[in-house]
Design a protein around this ligand. Sequence first.
Ligand code: RB5
Length: 145
Amino acid sequence: MKEKIYLSSDHAGCKLKNNVKKYLEDKGYEIVDLGTNNETESVSYAEFGKKLAESVLNTPNSYGIGFCGTGLGISYSVNRYKGIRGARVTSVEDAELAKKHNNANILLLGGRQMSKFKTKRIINKFFSTEYEGGRHQNRIDELDK
Ligand code: RB5
């Protein structure tokens, strides 16, 4: 079964979020859109990051993808939560290693910086990569101590 994926963005990430939503729904993923759905009304990445982190933490085996202008602000927001490993990625290699070594459960992307084409490649790499476990697990456990 495909993973459940929560999507969340501020106004600056809204357009890319909506594009990703359609792309992932067409691929058969179960998507929950936490908003925002207005590109012109300014909202806070802190609030939408909080919603995203809490949703992922409350749903076993789920993932999140968060968007703001750069992906930075919303990454700060989600990474305040124990159990969240939010990776702000800008390359396909980042996406691969974020899963393989860090077992990231949220991806953060810059809606004002990332092309649709690169975003799709990043997302495909992330969801087709397995977490390696082994030596990486102790380090991950340390994060939440
Ligand atoms: C909003 O204008 C912008 O500052 C925000 O989306 C984000 O890029 C912050 O990190």
